[in-house]
Design a protein around this ligand. Structure first.
Ligand SMILES: *[C@@H]1O[C@H](CO)[C@@H](O)[C@H](O)[C@H]1NC(C)=O
Length: 156
């Protein structure tokens, strides 16, 4: 059977390119990564993270332990939201660690400097420190510029 091939017009080629680029992002998982950087390691940081549908339960974290992580595929329909409650040494705080409606699904996405279309990672990193909660899109513990304070103890 003879086959006929037709070249797609540049318009439909762009459409295909856009859809495949969008879908490489829309299907990718977002990770949350929380570490305890508190100076007093004799008492644990307790945290409980939840979304509308999921309760991830209570967890204890100590300094120099592996981070507490989970991942999800952001939902464009229901707008994924995760919030966490933190307790430490008589203090506490509650805030959103991922809020797709307010921030967008790509809030923690990183792209290559040399190839801006190249997706590197989608992780929201949090460090819990004595003076509050810091966030970064990279996991460089010494990258002084990348961590910024987002919340304080007592925030609700
Ligand atoms: C750590 O916190 C506990 C409980 O508040 C306290 O008894 C202890 O002295 C603290 N340790 C340091 C090194 O600050």
């Amino acid at each position: 059977m003879p086959s006929t091939t037709s070249f797609p017009s540049s318009k439909s080629f762009l459409k295909i390119l856009t859809i495949s680029l969008l879908c490489s992002i829309c299907l990718s998982k977002t990770h949350i990564d929380i570490t305890d950087h508190l100076s007093n390691g004799s008492i644990p940081l307790t945290l409980r993270c939840q979304s509308k549908d999921d309760d991830l339960g209570y967890h204890k974290l100590y300094p120099n332990q592996p981070s507490y992580t989970w991942s999800f595929v952001p939902s464009f329909i229901s707008k994924t939201l995760f919030f966490c409650h933190f307790w430490f040494n008589g203090k506490d705080a509650v805030f959103d660690v991922f809020n797709q409606e307010n921030w967008g699904a790509d809030y923690c996405d990183r792209y290559s400097h040399s190839f801006p279309w190249k997706h590197i990672s989608s992780t929201c990193y949090y460090q819990v420190r004595d003076d509050g909660f810091y966030m970064s899109k990279t996991n460089d513990p010494w990258g002084s510029g990348s961590w910024s304070k987002k919340h304080s103890w007592g925030d609700h």
